[in-house]
Every structure is written in structure tokens, then in C-alpha cells.
Design a protein around this ligand. Structure first.
Ligand code: SF4
Ligand code: MSK
Length: 650
């Protein structure tokens, strides 16, 4: 470290593995990390934090206040809303471009140009085809895949009318979108439109701009993200419960450690296959290693955890700390959430950083060319580079923390259907009944990133623990799920010990844990569908906005998280955020986001920095929804024995 840390490792992280690696980074002379850089940044610029700095034209940048509009006359309301809409558009573009790459891969597989990629889950393919209105029964598998790829391509380029994918939502929700004029057309068109209306001198009405943010976010959740999840399941397999482990202790002292990092799963799928290849094992043995140990960071990790049980080395803020173990031969990054600092940190060790996507290169990292048709070949080449680097490991610099926890992941909706209703009577009924009788008070999705400005994982863990103790079922994705994995909350036994008595009883009866890991960030689309299935099952309202469900992103940081928050709210699900958007400079925009939106889409945002207060607000919200449904009046259902029946004269 160039200078002393402003916060001690224990003020930065809750898990011992990260604390140990922060101390090691200091001892090893790693110049800086995300936490020290956050502290060095000091107090952020007020205009930036308040969202009232505008630099979209060259009469600016303008620092706007209530008393000083921009050169063009733009007010705090316009600028705060315009900046927010641009962020939602950026988040939507990330998820949707990820989806586009998968659509291309599905089309390639359908046309026999997919190399080693194949249709891994034909049932999911055919179910998706039916869901999107394709008559699939007379189609061969690849024909069906081709038709679905065409339909998804059309979702990107559609010019008129609404996305077909919106039809997956309950009818009353579709009506809300139509009424509010926020049903998106083609994904590409909607993002372009968002960029256009936020140009200098176009849309100045903050209400219209925020409606634009909801519209583009719907194109993410119900469009790009839904498509990405669906194709990943079809090509790589629909997740089923799988055991694995999480935290830096998953790295192996006597193996070649390769970390996958980012979001797109295509190359990583081939790395999983290649890591078991006898040639690769032999090459590892030849350098004295016991094999190749693949592990992950961020959501690429979640993708291969969910489908293959590949262990997770860490979440977002552990990407640098994983390198600090001194035991990582190679880290291959794809897109999103991969820090610019990685090659710099790697310089202190022997770790090689590779970038695999032409959109996401990094100075100091080696770029590899990845073509899906040659995917397996490329994966093997990457692993050979890692193996060749193993002899360069410096034993004096290696310290792998002991900490790792077992976990169970892999809870797709398809799995939840089977676990609740059995293979032949797939149904959400038992969950709906448990909510109606009050044994489960409701459902909270705890999702999103970790943030270097706060204490890593702390809010996520407190919130999750307190909610399950209050009989709220928790669904998770992304780095929040990894935080819970590291803390041991994703082991059914541990989670059941922490759960309230009635939630525990239900989970034990139907065989699900009270905290369900449902996947990566794009898999928040699974959460939209989970709530849709709850509504469709009956008894909990006709629309998502009526069901006792809520979302929370306690430690979010990414523009993608902003898009996710907006598509939850646009879908009628309230969202609790651990810190506000950069819009607080406009009272009107804040009032709209945290209040008036409820009358437009049936949901709103809550900014709550205190986890204890967040628990209260979430529980109050669930009870409010339960009261509105009239289910809090219902008495507990009881199985009658003969004595009860005689008393009833039955
Ligand atoms: Fe300033 Fe208006 Fe230009 Fe923004 S668009 S930089 S507020 S003049
Ligand atoms: S990786 S978007 S830090 S959850 Fe999906 Fe984690 Fe947030 Fe990236």
C-alpha cells in the first residue's frame, strides 16, 4: 500500500477470507484496491451525487441548482431524470447485448454451426417455443431452435407494436403498461429512443423521462434478460439443485487455479468441459499440478455454479482479493463488472489476465479471440496458458484463506415447480397455500451488487437473516446470493435453523430451503416469472402488484441494478434500495420515484440505509398487501382428525 488505509480491513469486510486478503495486499505492496480507492476518492462531488451535473452538450458542463438552470434552461428535474434514464438505458443495453450474443449462438447451433454447443434441454426449448406461441410439435429439435432464434431476433429489431415477450406477464400488468404508454417495442429501438430523447434539447418533462426509464427497463427484464435466461437454459441446461462451495478457500494449493469472471456463459461452458479433458489433466500433471481447478467471480460464476456446481471464489468486491491469494494462474474476463485494475493487481503476482470479448479489452491484459464454433479449442488453449503459468507461482506469495462454505444453488422456476408439486403435478400451489394461510408472510427478492463505499456483504446478510426469521421466503441472484453462500446461508440446514417456525415447517414439508439461489443478474427475469407463476396459481391477486412480494438491492452499484430496480417497479413490485439513485438534487423526481409511481404502475422505490428499518418496511409492505387481499383474516387451515369431525357432526 502506498499509504495507510483509511478504513481497517475489519471495517471494510465481514468475511474472514476477505479481511485476511486485505491485510495480505497491504503486506505484499499491492498499490491499491477498490476499498482504498473509494476512500482516496473522498467525499463525492455533490452535483454528481445529486444527479444535477449535465455534460450532454458543449455549452456545458453545467452545474444545475434550483436557482441556476443550465445554459439551455434545463432544470434540476430535467437533468436528474435525464441522467437516470441514460443509466437505465445503459443497464438495459448490457443485459440485452448479452442476450443478443446468445440469440446468435442459438441460431448457429440451429444451423449446425455451433461447434460443441448443442441443445442441452429440449424440454425447456419446446416449453419456451410454446410460451412464445410457436407450434412446435411437428418441428425437429433444431428447426424449433431456429424458429425460436428468429423470434428472439425479431424482438430486437421490432419497429412497431409491443415486444411479444411482454405477453408472458399477467394480462392486468400488460394493461397497466399500455395505459401508461410504457410498453416497449423492439429492444434496440427502445434503447435508441432512450438515447435520443435524452439528447440536448429533446425531452424536458421529468415525468415523461421517468416513464421512458420504466419503458426501457421493461425491455430489459421482460425482453433482453428474459431471452438471455431462456437461451442459457436451452443451450447449457436448466439449473437443478446442485451442491457446491463459496469463498476464496475454494482455490486449491496444488492445482492450476483458473478464475472465470464477468457475465456471459458461452466460453465458460467450454472451459468447464475442457477442464475435464484427459489431455488437459495430463498437461497439468506434467507441471506437477493435481489438475485444473475452475472457480468463478461475479455472475459468470453464478452461471456455471447453477448448472455444473463450479465453486464460487467470490463476489464483485473479491475479484482483486482472489488475485492477492497468489494462487491464481489465470483469470479470464468477459463482460461487465470486471475492474479496470485487474492487470495492475496481477503485476504483484504471477497471475495472467485474459479478456475474451472484443467489447471488453483491458490495457495490460492479453486478448484472446473467442469464436463459438471453435469454443472448445479456444477453452483448451486458455487452460494450457494457465498450466504453463503454474511453475511461475511464487510459493512465498501464496496464502489461500481457509474459509469456504458449502451451499446448494440451482433453483430455477422449473425446479421449484417440481419441488413444490412433483414431476407430474408441477405447481406453485403449496407455496400459494402457505402464503394464504400466513405460514409464509410473503416473498422478498434480495439481489444485486456489493459496493466499495460500504461494508461488503453486511446489509445483504442482515436483511436476509432477519427476513427469514420473520417467515419471509427469500429469493436471490447475483452477488447478493454469493454473499449468502459465503456466510453459509445457502445450506438448507443452516438457513432452516435461522428461519422462523412456520417458514421452516413449510420449507421442510416441500423440501426447499428458505433462501433460494436463482442465478445471475440476468436471471432476475426468473424472479419476474416466479411472481407471475404465483399470481397465475391463484388466490394472491390478479397482478404482480397485488401479491405479497417485494424486492431489495441493499448494496447495489451498477447501472444494470438501476435497470433491474426499474423493471421490478414497472412490473408492480416495490423495491428497497440501500442508497438512493443520483437524483436527490430534484425533489420532484424523488417524489415521483418514491411516491407517485405507485398510482401509475402500482409500485415505488424506498431508499433505506438502515437494514433494521428495511426489515420493518418490507414486513409492513407484505402485511399491507396481505390485508388488501383479505388473507390475514383467514384462520390457519387444519387437518381434521376423527375427534374434530365428531365435534363438527360431520
Ligand atoms: Fe448545460 Fe443544457 Fe448542455 Fe446540459 S444540455 S450541458 S444543461 S446547456
Ligand atoms: S455481478 S451487476 S456486481 S450483482 Fe452480476 Fe454482482 Fe452487481 Fe455485477
Amino acid at each position: 500500500m502506498a499509504e495507510e488505509r483509511q478504513r481497517s480491513p475489519r471495517e471494510i469486510a465481514v468475511d474472514e477470507a476477505s479481511i485476511a486478503m486485505l491485510e495480505k495486499a497491504d503486506a505484499d505492496g499491492v498499490e491499491n484496491d477498490a476499498f482504498s480507492r473509494a476512500d482516496e476518492q473522498g467525499k463525492p462531488c455533490v452535483f454528481g451525487t445529486d444527479g444535477v451535473c449535465c455534460r450532454i452538450c458543449h455549452m456545458g458542463p453545467c452545474k444545475i441548482s434550483e436557482y441556476a438552470p443550465g445554459v439551455c434552461g434545463a432544470t434540476v428535474d430535467t437533468v436528474a431524470a435525464r441522467n437516470l434514464l441514460r443509466q437505465v438505458a445503459a443497464g438495459t443495453s448490457a443485459h440485452s447485448d448479452h442476450a443478443r450474443h446468445l440469440v446468435h449462438l442459438l441460431a448457429d447451433v440451429a444451423q449446425g454451426r455451433g461447434g460443441h454447443y448443442r441443445i442441452s434441454d429440449e424440454t425447456r426449448l419446446r416449453a419456451a417455443a410454446r410460451l412464445w406461441g410457436i407450434e412446435e410439435h411437428d418441428l425437429e429439435t433444431l428447426e424449433c431452435a431456429g424458429r425460436l432464434a428468429e423470434l428472439f431476433t425479431e424482438e430486437f429489431r421490432l419497429q412497431d407494436g409491443s415486444l411479444k415477450t411482454l405477453e408472458l406477464a399477467p394480462k392486468p400488468r400488460q394493461a397497466v403498461w399500455k395505459r401508461a404508454e410504457i410498453a416497449p417495442s423492439g429492444i434496440d429501438r427502445t434503447i435508441v429512443e432512450a438515447m435520443h430523447r435524452t439528447n440536448m434539447g429533446v425531452d424536458h418533462d421529468y415525468r415523461n423521462l421517468i416513464k421512458g426509464a420504466l419503458k426501457v427497463a421493461i425491455a430489459d427484464g421482460w425482453g433482453g434478460s428474459m431471452i438471455a435466461t431462456t437461451i442459457s437454459d436451452i443451450l447449457f441446461g436448466t439449473p437443478k439443485p446442485v451442491k457446491s462451495r463459496a469463498n476464496l478457500g475454494v482455490l486449491e494449493a496444488d492445482m492450476v487455479n483458473v478464475l472465470v469472471h464477468g457475465h456471459e456463459p458461452a466460453l465458460t461452458e467450454m472451459l468447464v468441459v475442457a477442464s475435464h479433458d484427459p489431455e488437459i489433466r495430463a498437461a497439468a500433471a506434467a507441471v506437477g499440478a493435481k489438475g485444473v481447478n475452475l472457480a468463478g467471480i461475479c455472475c459468470t460464476a453464478n452461471e456455471v455454479l447453477m448448472r455444473h456446481g463450479v465453486p464460487v471464489a467470490g463476489n464483485f468486491l473479491q475479484q482483486e482479493l482472489a488475485i492477492v491469494t497468489g494462487a491464481v494462474e489465470l483469470m479470464v474476463t468477459d463482460v461487465q463488472c470486471c475492474m479496470a485494475s485487474l492487470p495492475e493487481v496481477a503485476k504483484c503476482y504471477h497471475t495472467k489476465i485474459l479478456t475474451s470479448n472484443p467489447l471488453a479489452r483491458n490495457d495490460g491484459a492479453e486478448a484472446v479471440h473467442f469464436e463459438p464454433e471453435q469454443g472448445l479449442k479456444c477453452a483448451k488453449e486458455i487452460l494450457r496458458k494457465a498450466i504453463a503459468n503454474y511453475p511461475h507461482r511464487d510459493p512465498k506469495k501464496v496464502a489461500i484463506p481457509n474459509q469456504q462454505k458449502p451451499l446448494v444453488a440451482g433453483f430455477s422456476n422449473e425446479t421449484i415447480f417440481e419441488m413444490l408439486g412433483g414431476r407430474f403435478r408441477r405447481s406453485f400451489r403449496p407455496l400459494n397455500d402457505a402464503i394464504i394461510t400466513g405460514r409464509v408472510r410473503g416473498v422478498c427478492a434480495v439481489v444485486g451488487c456489493t459496493n466499495a463505499r460500504g461494508k461488503m456483504d453486511e446489509y445483504i446478510l442482515t436483511l436476509t437473516q432477519e427476513l427469514i426469521a420473520r417467515n419471509v421466503l427469500v429469493l436471490q441472484t447475483g452477488c447478493a446470493a454469493v454473499a449468502c453462500g459465503k456466510a453459509g446461508f445457502l445450506t438448507p440446514e443452516t438457513a432452516l435453523e435461522m428461519a422462523g417456525p412456520t417458514l421452516r415447517e413449510v420449507c421442510e414439508a416441500v423440501g426447499i430451503p428458505p433462501v433460494l439461489h436463482m442465478g445471475s443478474c440476468v436471471d432476475n427475469s426468473r424472479l419476474l416469472m416466479a411472481v407471475t407463476y404465483i399470481v397465475e396459481e391463484g388466490g394472491l391477486g390478479a397482478d404482480l402488484s397485488e401479491a405479497p412480494v417485494i424486492g431489495a438491492a441493499p448494496e447495489w452499484m451498477s447501472e444494470k441494478a438501476i435497470a433491474i430496480g426499474h423493471y421490478f417497479v414497472a412490473s408492480g413490485v416495490d423495491v428497497v434500495l440501500g442508497h438512493p439513485f443520483h437524483t436527490m438534487g430534484s425533489k420532484n423526481v424523488t417524489k415521483l420515484l418514491c411516491g407517485e409511481l405507485e398510482s401509475i404502475v402500482g409500485a415505488k422505490f424506498h431508499y433505506i440505509s438502515n437494514p433494521a428499518r428495511a426489515v420493518e418496511v418490507i414486513c409492513e409492505h407484505l402485511e399491507k398487501k396481505r390485508n388488501a387481499l383479505g388473507i390475514n383474516k383467514q384462520v390457519e387451515r387444519k387437518l381434521l382428525d376423527m375427534k374434530d369431525r365428531r365435534e363438527l357432526h360431520v
